[in-house]
Design a protein around this ligand. Structure first.
Ligand SMILES: Cc1cc2nc3c(=O)[nH]c(=O)nc-3n(C[C@H](O)[C@H](O)[C@H](O)COP(=O)(O)OP(=O)(O)OC[C@H]3O[C@@H](n4cnc5c(N)ncnc54)[C@H](O)[C@@H]3O)c2cc1C
Ligand SMILES: *[C@@H]1O[C@H](CO)[C@@H](O)[C@H](O)[C@H]1NC(C)=O
Ligand SMILES: *[C@@H]1O[C@H](CO)[C@@H](O)[C@H](O)[C@H]1NC(C)=O
Ligand SMILES: *[C@@H]1O[C@H](CO)[C@@H](O)[C@H](O)[C@H]1NC(C)=O
Ligand SMILES: *[C@@H]1O[C@H](CO)[C@@H](O)[C@H](O)[C@H]1NC(C)=O
Ligand SMILES: *[C@@H]1O[C@H](CO)[C@@H](O)[C@H](O)[C@H]1NC(C)=O
Ligand SMILES: *[C@@H]1O[C@H](CO)[C@@H](O)[C@H](O)[C@H]1NC(C)=O
Ligand SMILES: *[C@@H]1O[C@H](CO)[C@@H](O)[C@H](O)[C@H]1NC(C)=O
Length: 510
């Protein structure tokens, strides 16, 4: 057995500045931004407007959902890649003066493209290029190379940005053992609408510190850095019956064990394009293979796991293994994870649900029937097991409310590529919405719950009244929605940090 070593590492960046009070005489936002920016002769590659040749490539470089790469997707007036505090100051002041909406982009994985599109004139603050944002997997290989006994409960998708990941909760293969990424955030540096920087939990205040960890940071301001707790690390397949049993096993088993079920439509053979459903059980066990075999033999013998199915590897290498499954180039090098450009990009639309009671065999069969209406590669269901450490946090510990009582999160996605016709794209979306309707009796109710990091504008965008907004807000946050609104009232009463599903303002409920 490996020895577990617990450790804490601080990964903090420090940026300080004071928000300036400029009165200007520019005729529009672009003019303001460019002129103000070029007063500062020491910086060059910070402000990009459509006249710059690299504007489009920079914009597109982290549009991770190719649905929003089309010519009709609204484009920003400018992209600012702040290198230091003054660049944010300029961006803020010009944006306020001309009522331009600010969108904050990290890794660009937002399911609805909210970090880089808006129906109103907007500017993107792009933090990846800025180097001031700590990127999840950018940091991880570095950490793991320095010290092989520690890890961080990050994403199974290496290019996901730390900013968005932590601000919506953040699950990964270490979740059942250590909780969400956001559960392991110990401190934050935060910049509010005035450009004031708050360093540390005590200056940020408990409400805001709570809200940022899972309650959409982009509703409140810009998170400059996250201080995370690094966790001790050690190591790393009749389908309907198996999935039925899986539903209860995966959430209740040893918390060192994470088994994700991936369910996809496949052609029976390349020639016979009749569909069947392929179920893959992908697991990570923190411990040696022999112990895992014992656990599986006892709790889930039907799966018939053998030693040959297991590969012992370091935890950090296991992240490569998960990444390989989703289309990242296969390779041994940890440096691979540091190269964001290798991340495959997708055209996708996603929905999530939480399952509290195992879906019946009949229920599952209905899901398979629907999956078989889709082409191979065009749809995917994932069961992400909860339980373990996830049950140890109260629903209000951070805004992420999906804790004890959940067996798993059910992810539902549709995908297409550049050759997919518009009519098939529409059919795909319709299929997804219809599947979602089918799932209604099988998933959580009152409210039916979803994971905010796979945001879904189908749930609603209304902000007319607290009651209307609650119809989608409580799906992501349950009762925490109210407190998020209260924090919003305090922190951003002008609703400067706004997007279609940002936390709305309702001063009357404070
Ligand atoms: C292919 C794929 C795989 C995924 N896998 C996982 C997974 O395994 N586990 C999981 O938990 N989630 C997963 N997600 C969901 C992912 O966590 C969210 O989409 C997350 O919001 C992405 O963060 P980002 O920085 O890459 O995206 P962005 O689009 O850049 O940002 C998402 C949101 O966060 C805001 N934001 C980003 N940085 C900051 C900041 N510094 N300050 C304030 N606001 C900020 C943005 O404004 C936006 O509202 C996956 C998504 C995709 C597309
Ligand atoms: C790794 O981190 C642990 C916990 O902080 C520490 O005890 C150990 O000495 C470190 N190992 C190396 C090689 O730095
Ligand atoms: C902004 O104003 C400048 C100078 O008046 C003008 O040249 C430019 O076209 C304007 N840009 C936009 C986006 O309106
Ligand atoms: C964008 O174009 C302007 C005007 O040609 C130029 O001065 C500036 O250097 C360019 N910016 C970048 C980041 O290339
Ligand atoms: C499928 O599951 C049923 C019920 O558990 C079992 O009786 C049957 O033997 C299994 N079939 C196969 C091929 O494993
Ligand atoms: C494929 O589906 C068709 C129509 O449903 C059916 O007639 C045929 O027997 C199936 N072929 C195979 C190999 O299952
Ligand atoms: C799209 O079609 C082109 C031309 O037929 C082909 O080269 C390309 O591989 C296709 N792309 C995908 C993702 O199938
Ligand atoms: C509702 O959204 C609109 C724009 O979409 C925004 O201007 C307004 O401030 C929002 N209201 C609340 C209460 O958040």
């Amino acid at each position: 057995m490996k020895t577990c070593i617990s450790s804490m590492l601080s990964l903090a960046y420090f940026l300080f500045f004071i928000f300036p009070n400029k009165a200007s005489s520019y005729s529009n936002f672009t003019e303001c931004l460019v002129a103000e920016h070029f007063r500062d002769v020491t910086t060059y590659d910070v402000v990009y407007t459509p006249v710059n040749t690299s504007f489009n490539s920079l914009l597109q470089s982290r549009i991770q959902n190719l649905r929003f790469l089309s010519a009709s997707t609204p484009k920003p007036l400018a992209i600012v890649t702040p290198k230091d505090e003054s660049h944010l100051q300029i961006g803020y002041s010009c944006a306020y003066e001309f009522s331009v909406q600010i969108r904050i982009r990290g890794g660009g994985h937002d399911s609805e493209g909210l970090s880089y599109t808006s129906a109103v004139p907007f500017v993107i603050f792009d933090f990846i290029s800025a180097g001031s944002m700590l990127m999840l997997k950018m940091a991880l290989p570095g950490i793991a190379q320095k010290n092989r006994t520690i890890g961080f409960p990050g994403s199974t998708w290496p290019s996901v940005g730390m900013g968005g990941f932590l601000s919506g909760g953040g699950y990964g293969s270490l979740m059942r053992k250590y909780g969400l990424g956001a559960d392991n955030v110990v401190d934050i540096q935060f910049m509010n609408k005035n450009g004031n920087i708050y360093i540390g939990r005590s200056s940020i205040g408990e409400d805001l510190f709570w809200a940022i960890r899972g309650g959409t940071a982009s509703s409140y301001g810009v998170v400059l850095s996250w201080k995370i707790k690094l966790v001790p690390r050690t190591l790393e397949q009749n389908a309907t019956q198996l999935v039925h049993k899986y539903q209860t096993f995966a959430a209740k088993t040893d918390r060192n064990l994470y088994i994700r079920a991936k369910i996809t439509p496949v052609n029976l053979t390349p020639e016979v394009r009749n569909k069947t459903v392929l179920v893959s059980f992908q697991s990570l066990f923190l411990g040696r293979a022999n112990r895992l075999l014992k656990i599986m033999q006892k709790g889930f013998p039907e799966l018939g796991l053998t030693k040959e199915d297991c590969h012992e590897m370091s935890w950090i290498k296991s992240t490569l293994w998960f990444a390989g499954d989703v289309g990242f180039p296969k390779g041994e090098s940890l440096n691979l994870l540091m190269n964001r450009d290798l991340a495959p990009k997708l055209y996708f639309k996603a929905k999530t649900d939480y399952v509290e009671e195992p879906i019946s065999v009949k229920g599952l069969e209905g899901m398979w029937k629907r999956l078989m209406q889709q082409e191979e590669g065009a749809a995917e269901l994932l069961m992400i097991p909860y339980g373990g450490k996830m049950d140890k946090f109260t629903e209000s510990a951070i805004p992420f409310p999906h804790r004890a009582g959940n067996l798993y999160m059910l992810y539902q996605g549709v995908y297409w590529n550049e050759n997919t016709t518009v009519s098939i794209q529409k059919k795909s979306l319709k299929w997804l919405r219809s599947l979602s309707k089918y799932l209604t009796p099988h998933v959580s109710k009152n409210p039916r719950r979803s994971y905010v990091n796979f945001n879904d504008l189908d749930l609603g965008v209304s902000n007319k009244s607290y009651e209307e907004a609650s119809s989608w807000g409580t799906r992501y946050f349950k009762n925490n929605f109210k407190r998020l609104v209260q924090v919003k009232n305090d922190i951003d009463p002008q609703d400067i940090f706004h997007h279609e599903q940002s936390i709305p303002l309702f001063p009357s409920i404070s």
